[in-house]
Design a protein around this ligand. Structure first.
Ligand SMILES: Nc1ncnc2c1ncn2[C@@H]1O[C@H](COP(=O)(O)OP(=O)(O)OP(=O)(O)O)[C@@H](O)[C@H]1O
Ligand SMILES: [Mg+2]
Length: 418
């Protein structure tokens, strides 16, 4: 007889185990197993409360009766009527009349559902995984004095069956939440990048507009002024010695302005492309430096730069422009090479190689020692078009190599994003 009872209890546990399989959320599990549990521990209300991973809050899932416990958002553990059990202070809670049991009613306890729904007999056991309490299983009955220590033992066995499943579900939910947070953060970062890229584009357009205005308006005015001054200086009653330096200063101003306009408006880039613009810049910069530097630009990009988006093209050009300027200004090199090529898997690679004195070794640089912004700007521009930028000593420790790599689709404005 006893054997038969044991057998049927064993069958019930197996039934619970079978019902667990394939259930993918807490609520579905409770609904699935509540009926089977009621054959082992009769109840009017059954709930499972699960602690959050930080062990500060808990969430309740219930069956049989709908109470405010499962309707509230994750609630503080300190307000739970079974906080002593959840904290591990007691091994179980058994009450013949929870409505009048002071253990469930204390200042700040959310025990109203016990009174509202007359949950008199109550029994609670912890859900444990590897000795850690992850929540609790609770059964309640409207009748007084329903449960005994034998029911507590049965509840412990059921809790042992449920706990690993709940533990895995909680971990999976946490991983899902983390993935969502990470995806959102990445989307925000990408949004910022695209916003900054748009801004760069607008700034570049504005820069070109100012360049054109300076050319059409200011340079034209200065040219007129210069002619008038030359005519004045030629008049016999004028002091040529006073006007002549003024004329020279004005010529210098116009020269500087032409330079600014040239800088502001990368016409060669727009008309002929990145490689030609780099060549044009190298030629002009080396000539103006007066240094005996030989240079070469090789383009083995196999058409990778054809149809490239204008913003990407301008960024690539400006980065190389600064690398070339740095090489001439700081390196005193004999040669400067710019190598444009298609690297592995269709990636674009641009290298600016000089054989000068070499960049200082990387290391902490005192704020007061950092004057230039060229390299910072190069890095920002590279980030905006999702390019990789490396600045290092050349092979053999001499000179400087600036290496720019792009993996994304160069023809799309955002560097590969649709
Ligand atoms: N090709 C190079 N050869 C030698 N030193 C270099 C080279 N490129 C950069 N450096 C060193 O790195 C420093 C930082 O360069 P960065 O372009 O950031 O500033 P800068 O050229 O001094 O000023 P800015 O570019 O703002 O006019 C330079 O001052 C120089 O010491
Ligand atoms: Mg610089």
């Amino acid at each position: 007889m006893l054997n038969r009872a044991r057998h049927s209890l064993f069958d019930r546990y197996l039934g619970i185990s079978r019902l667990l399989a394939g259930q993918l959320d807490f609520h579905a599990i409770i609904q699935a197993v509540a009926q089977e549990i009621s054959h082992i521990i009769p109840h009017d209300h059954l709930d499972v409360c699960i602690k959050t991973i930080d062990a500060k809050y808990h969430i309740a899932y219930e069956s049989g009766l709908d109470t405010a416990w499962s309707k509230q958002p994750p609630a503080l553990l300190t307000g739970s009527p079974i906080r002593t059990l959840l904290a591990g202070d007691v091994d179980f809670l058994l009450s013949d009349d929870a409505c009048a049991d002071p253990r469930f009613h204390f200042d700040g306890a959310f025990s109203r559902p016990i009174i509202d729904l007359s949950l008199r007999s109550r029994l609670h056991v912890p859900l444990k995984v590897q000795g850690n309490i992850i929540g609790a299983l609770s059964c309640s009955s409207h009748e007084r004095g329903t449960y005994t220590m034998e029911d507590v033992e049965c509840a412990r066995s059921i809790a042992d069956l449920l706990a690993p499943y709940f533990f895995a579900l909680r971990a999976a939910e946490q991983a899902k939440r983390s993935a969502v947070v990470e995806t959102e953060a990445r989307a925000r970062e990408e949004g910022l990048r695209l916003g900054a890229l748009k801004l760069t584009e607008a700034l570049e357009a504005e820069r070109q507009r100012i360049g054109m205005d300076l050319h059409d308006q200011t340079l034209a005015d200065l040219t007129r002024l210069s002619r008038r001054m030359e005519r004045l200086a030629a008049q016999p009653d004028m002091h040529a010695d006073v006007l002549e330096p003024l004329c020279r200063t004005l010529q210098q101003c116009m020269h500087d302005l032409r330079q600014i306009i040239e800088e502001a408006k990368p016409t060669v880039l727009q008309l002929f492309g990145v490689a030609e613009a780099i060549e044009n810049h190298l030629d002009r910069s080396v000539r103006e430096s007066g240094q005996p530097i030989s240079w070469e630009v090789t383009d083995n990009s196999d058409g990778l730069l054809v149809g490239i988006d204008q913003t990407v093209a301008i960024s690539l050009f400006r980065i190389v422009q600064e690398a070339v300027n740095n090489a001439i200004r700081h390196g005193q090199p004999d040669t400067i090479l710019v190598r444009i090529r298609q690297a592995e898997q269709g990636q674009l690679s641009i290298e600016v190689i000089d054989d000068g004195c070499g960049v200082p070794a990387p290391g902490p640089v005192a704020e007061s020692d950092r004057n230039g912004h060229g390299i910072d700007n190069m890095k920002t521009r590279a980030r905006l078009i999702s390019a990789r930028l490396e600045i290092s000593r050349g092979s053999g420790g001499t000179g400087t190599t600036v290496r720019l790599g792009m993996t994304r689709d160069l023809t799309s404005r955002a560097g590969g994003q649709p």
